[in-house]
Every structure is written in structure tokens, then in C-alpha cells.
Design a protein around this ligand. Sequence first.
Ligand SMILES: [Zn+2]
Ligand SMILES: [Zn+2]
Length: 567
Amino acid sequence: MKKLTRTLAAVLTASVVFALLFVVLVLPPRAVRLDSSAWRDVAARTVSGAYHVHTSRSDGSGDKDHVAAAAARAGLQFVILTDHGDATRPPDPPVYLHGVLCIDAVEISTDGGHYVAIDMPAAPYPLGGAPAAVVEDVSRLGGFGIAAHPDSPKASLQWRDATAPIDGIEWLSADTEWRNESRRALTRAALGYFLRPGPALATLLNRPATLNRWDAMVRTRRVVALAAHDAHGGIGRTAEDGSRRFVADMPTYEATFRTFAIRVAMDRAWAGDAATDALALLTSIRAGRVFTTIDALAAPGLLEFHAETARGRIEMGSAVPAGTAARLVARVLAPPGAQVLIVDDSLLRRRGGLSALGASRRVGQDGTQELQTQLGAGEGAFRVEVNVPSAPGTPPVPWLLSNPIYFLPAPISRVEGAVSEAGEAIDPATWRVERDSGSSAALIAGPPPVLGYTLQAGERRSQFVAVAAPISRKAFGAIRLRLRADRPMRVSVQLRRPDGQRWRESIYVDATVRDLIIPVARLAAVGERSEPIESTQVESLLLAIDLVNAVPGSSGQLTIERVVLVS
Ligand SMILES: [Zn+2]
Ligand SMILES: [Zn+2]
């Protein structure tokens, strides 16, 4: 009996010691609850949500209803769904489910990484191919495009185009963050996950390398930063690239949503009507009136950031001309011990890492901190960053990140018609049709010649049609094209060497006659090779329509008004 008691006592002691060790060594602290009662008006106008979420429509585990229910449990007010696709599916209209506003968007795969398009109607042809072409298409269709997971350790997922005029960027991506963690950190997060899922997932966050890239971009143009959940909902599902999650049934949508949120500053509280509220939300996101908070550390974070200028009040996300005098005002509801900074992104003032601007600080009775700084002549971008001592990562992830107020140089106006006409026009009589064996194409001799085509219907099997003209291996620096088509389409302008190697650039064509000039240097090699092009070695020029931006069975007419090799 005594022996049994002793054994029991030993087991109990061991359990208590284990539990204590677990709490001390593994369990991440609970999120700090912030009291926003003194700042009710701002709290009512600030909506919290998840951006970049996959449902069972692509590779997520749950349907829209399941995702909305998880978002509601996590305290979110909206979710932006971004299932993989080519943008030809018309997006579902906005809808409230479980009190959560669900907005349908699409994540497009390009040759240079993933690009999310929100607030865009269905595309007339599949979007894909060169990243710059997809950025151009999303912009023409009126969408808002966001470079997805730009620093993913998976090369196939990274957004690699540094020059395309993207509208937004994912400064933080949960899908990137867990990939660069050690096995030990992942194990620890997995153990802590069962008691405090949100805070456990947050332990995997670091200050992302993307922040530096974004800081470099915003010195000269507006780029809206968003934090991306890239949530797939666990349950044995695959991650972004088809590989397994580190533990099959985690993280759930709800756990991911409890890690961080994007918070959008609206003009007024929501009306309760899905279409009206979605329009207001997307307008604010486009305007850059959005910030990120790591809710697993402290919530709800609130921010008001504006500039006072002679022209009036400028909100976060907006731009004024460089040289404008302004007073920057940032007010934040943050946890105790938080360091609130107004960060100056301009090149000259930057010394090494973060360059915080000197600012006068006032801490209010209600727990808010207010920072003010006077700029004689603003230049570049200024944003708010709040760091807290409990932040995970090396270097630690910021607890709050705003979008900037910009002081930008006037855009350089394009000089039209300044390009030399000198060159050699391609003789319309020399165009010849090329196609795969199943597709049909005919050239109706002009002037101007018209290519009528139908790609073979059914399975995808590298269907293509093209017109090709011989080139007598002369030096030229650009191709000038005047084309039109009976419907919106993308034409691949290609140069081919006698050994079959091709270089290409994709252009948009529709019923409007457009003059386009493509510098030869801009053409990219097709396939693995990346050698530069030599115009003197080229034997033919092709205008091709293929499955990059067309579906099997599609047809059309391309009118070739004029093609000139500009020397
Ligand atoms: Zn992706
Ligand atoms: Zn994704």
C-alpha cells in the first residue's frame, strides 16, 4: 500500500514537473488583450481580416462556409479568398457568411512566381506566361495585383520580377515563414500548438527579408504591403507547392487566422450589405489604408497615421509631391513596452538597417502613444513600425507595420513618336503559316494579311498557330508592330535562329489598332537557355498564338497591318 502511494506520488511529481517544464520551455505566452474602449470610433472603423486563403476550390481543405466560420471564431470580419486559377472564372459576388465578408479573388501562376489579382472581372483569355505580361493584363482589366511570397525559399514560388509595376506585395507570408525554421523550432511550435495555436504559430515568424525589398521600391512609387496567411486549412492537405505540411493536420484555418491579421482603416463603419462593404474595403486596400498586426502577441492593435500639409490632410497610403512640407502624426494603441517608430525609407537618411525618425512622443491616459514629426521637405516614403519585446524571430518580426505616406517625384511623361521609323518593313507576301498538326490556320492575303485560326479542341497538347516571315540576318535593334485582332488576345512575338532556338515577348492585341515597339534586348530566351540574342543570327520572325494565353478550341483573327525591323 505504502509502496503504491509512493509510486503514485512519484508519478504525480513527475507529471507536475513535466507540465511546469512544458509551460516554461514550450508554451508561448498568451496574446496581450488591449483595451480599445477609449478609442471606440477608430476601433469601429478598423476592420480585421485574412488575405490569401485557399478553399477546396483549389488546394485548401475547407469550402467557403468552413473558412468563414473559422474566421468568425478567430474574430475576423473579412476573408479574401485566393484560389489558384488562370482568372477566366468569373469571381463569386461578395457575400456575408457567419458575419464574415467573403471576397473572391485569384492567385495566378506566372513563369516568374505567383501573382494575386483582387477586385478583377473574369479575364477574356487565360492569364499566365511572363510575369510582366500578367501584371499588364491585371492592370488593364482593372484588377489590383499583389506579388505573392516574394522570398519563399521555394524558388518555384518566388515572385522574381523586380521591375514590373506591381500594385502590392506580401511583406509577410506565413507560407514562407515556416519553411525557413529549424526542426527544433517547428517541433516546439507543434507542441505549443495544442494549447495555444495562434501564439505557437507566431513563434515561427521573423522579420522578413521582403521588408528591405519593399522599402527600396517605395522610395519611388506606391506599392501596398499586405500580410498573407496563405492558409490551406491543414487536415492532411498540401501546401502551396504540393509538398506536405510539417504535421499533416495542422495548422487549421482558425489557428492561422489567430496568428496575425490585416487591418483596414475605413471612412466609416460597415453598412452590413456585402456589395457596398466589399467596395469600401477594396477601395481602402487599393488606397493603402491597411496595416498588419501580429494578433498572437497583442490585440486589437489600432493605428491612425496621417500627414498634415498645406493642401490638407493626407491619409496613410497616399502620395504627395516630393518636397512638400508636412507634419507626420501617428497614434497607436499598443501593448506596454512597445517601441513606436516613424521609419524613413529615403535612401540618403538610411544608415544600415532601420532608420527611425526623431519624433516628439506623448503617451495618453487611454494607453495610446502619439508620435509627431515635422518634415521641411518630405522625400521618399515614411511608415510606422511598432516593435514589442516579446516578438519572435531573429531579427524579430514587427508587431505592427503600416503602409507609407509617400513624397514622390512627378512621373516622367513618355515621349511619344520619338522612335526612329528607319528600318525595313517585312514584305506582307512573305508571311507563312505554321501550326501543330491538329489546329487549323489560314492566311488571307491582304493587304493587310489576316491570320484566321482555330486551336485543336480537347486535350492540351502544345497547340499553336503562327505566321512566320524570313529575315535575312541583318542587325536591328527593335521590332515595330501594328496589329489588331477580332477579340482580346495575347500574341507571342518571337525571333528564331536556324537551330530552332527562340526568343519571345508577349504583347496584348485587340480590336484597337496599336503601334508597339519591342526592343530586341527585351525578348527572353524560350526554355532553359538564357543566352543573349544576336539579331544577325536570326532567320525568322514569328507571331504566335499558343496555350500560354489561349485554351484548346479557341479561335480568332489576327490582322497584321505592318511589321518593321527598326535598325
Ligand atoms: Zn502562391
Ligand atoms: Zn497561395
